[in-house]
Design a protein around this ligand. Structure first.
Ligand code: HEC
Length: 191
């Protein structure tokens, strides 16, 4: 009888521990899902409070550009709307996933960009207070040797609470960016 009670108690303890472990694990997973779905909202976790800049995740964009606002910004002042027709209609900032040391080791920017570089441009549409356009250039060895191996793709959205979708890519992009072929197809230079 005593042994039975002991067995029962230890079974109960195991069940309880398993339950606790599972719950905390499930909670964590749920938190992660909520964070992913939280879209543009910045993550309000203890971790991001410690870092100076919050991580911005925009819904519908590829994972490799998450947190791009923490990357090196090429421009110092926002790039204004180009009067009379702006290909990326809006007020813009350009970021790269490299350090100043990587791309301007002697103080001056070096070209071409190294393999694996991602250059991203965000644009706030005229009169709007959310990012409405994201244009991306990715340098991938072998992807397009005729155009310095850049892959071009652009995403847009028309409201702050919707997902980004692909609007254009490829030829239409490099056709114009070829104007600055001598500085590796990237108009904006490091300031
Ligand atoms: C008619 C010309 C034109 C076309 C077409 C064009 N761009 Fe651009 N792009 C520019 C100019 C000019 C800039 C410089 C910043 C600015 O003024 O917006 C720029 C900037 C960029 C940047 C930031 C890096 C840089 O070059 O300064 C990215 C990334 C970019 N464009 C991607 C694209 C993609 C992707 C497409 C195709 C969907 C595209 N562009 C089509 C003219 C063009």
């Amino acid at each position: 009888m005593r042994t039975q009670t002991r067995n029962l108690l230890s079974n109960l303890t195991i069940t309880l521990i398993t339950c606790l472990l599972f719950t905390s694990c499930a909670e964590k997973q749920l938190e992660e899902i909520i964070e992913q779905q939280d879209g543009e909202k910045t993550m309000d976790t203890a971790e991001s409070v410690q870092t100076a800049e919050p991580v911005v995740v925009l819904p519908g964009l590829p994972a490799d550009v998450a947190g791009y606002t923490q990357w090196l910004k090429l421009n110092t002042e926002p790039i204004p709307l180009v009067a009379g027709g702006d290909p990326h209609n809006g007020t813009k900032n350009v970021y790269v996933n490299k350090t100043r040391e990587d791309i301007a080791s002697n103080g001056e920017q070096q070209f071409p960009y190294p393999d694996g570089s991602i250059v991203i441009k965000e644009a706030y549409r005229p009169g709007k207070d959310y990012v409405g356009l994201i244009a991306i250039m990715r340098k991938k060895a072998g992807v397009d040797p005729d155009h310095n191996d850049w892959e071009f793709i652009e995403y847009t959205r028309n409201a702050a609470d919707t997902e980004f979708g692909v609007i254009a890519e490829g030829r239409i992009c490099w056709g114009c960016h070829a104007r600055v072929e001598d500085i590796d197809y990237v108009f904006t230079e490091l300031e």
